[in-house]
Design a binder for this molecule. Sequence first.
Ligand SMILES: NC(=O)c1ccc[n+]([C@@H]2O[C@H](COP(=O)([O-])OP(=O)(O)OC[C@H]3O[C@@H](n4cnc5c(N)ncnc54)[C@H](OP(=O)(O)O)[C@@H]3O)[C@@H](O)[C@H]2O)c1
Length: 304
Amino acid sequence: MGTTICFDDYGDSSVLRVREEETPPVNAGEVRVSYRAIAVNPADWKIVSGYARDFLPLQLPAVPGNESAGVVTAVAPDVTGFAVGDEVIRVGLGNSYRAEANVPAAELLSKPADIDFEQAASLAVAGCSAYAGLERIALQAGETLLVHGGAGGVGIAVTQIATHLGAKVISTASAHNHEFVAGLGATPVTYGPGLVDEVRALGGVDAVFDAHGGAGCVAATPALLSDLTRATTAAQDEHSAAAGIAHVGASMADMGRLMAAVTDLAREGVVRFPVQERIPLAEAARAFDISRAGHVRGKLVLVP
Ligand SMILES: NC(=O)c1ccc[n+]([C@@H]2O[C@H](COP(=O)([O-])OP(=O)(O)OC[C@H]3O[C@@H](n4cnc5c(N)ncnc54)[C@H](OP(=O)(O)O)[C@@H]3O)[C@@H](O)[C@H]2O)c1
């Protein structure tokens, strides 16, 4: 028995329903996981609102959430590699806003004991996008990277990995987040009018990672960078497509390799997400609204 957040129709946070439900016995190929932490991502509200329905069609009612971490409480007889009591990370489309879930074993990875549940739950979406994007633009030690949206989940991981590689990072953020991004090792700049001049005054950049998207960020990128193979975006939209800026390209098929790399970086203390707020699972609609407002600093984590 446990809390589940589901939605019957696409819409705003008002479509999210809190349901108490019995978890059925595990089917073949499944593992039951009692979640300890569930990470909130902008993809969650985009999926619930129907924004992504053309390329990610869901069977409704559906449960939001693409990443979580917890403890195995049951294993189907045909599943090998997992046992009751194992700590795991779950990555998959939807089905994470739950206290407990039966999931295909293929969606699970072992959670290293030295990474806590909320960090483990937060690694896949933001961490792998950051890692894949930095690979795509082939960032090198000594280069300077501009990060659009440096205070959010993706921007934080990009900054942490890029500085670890030996690159210099310039991050855009609201004024109230300048101290925060400076604490991550980046030089803060304010997004909006004047950004391009401010970055040029700092000496310009060799590469750009857009962790926000939209017309303003996309317009600044080619103004600062002539070779757009050195630019990537986590927030693909009509503006980045028109400008020819490639998506980070963190595919599910590559998730095992990316997660191995990002998990190693988390274990080394390179990738670590400051948690803005831990929110009870039953208050998922509030988390959804905070995320949708677009100014999360670090990660929001739901706690069953
Ligand atoms: N694989 C993928 O395709 C993938 C994976 C992860 C994320 N994404 C996408 O990448 C984007 C970022 O994700 P996230 O998890 O980092 O989001 P997030 O944690 O919600 O952070 C968003 C950040 O954007 C900043 N921001 C707001 N308005 C801005 C503006 N006009 N210019 C620059 N920055 C601005 C905010 O900082 P301030 O408060 O300082 O304004 C905030 O910290 C989302 O669109 C998400 O859907 C895609």
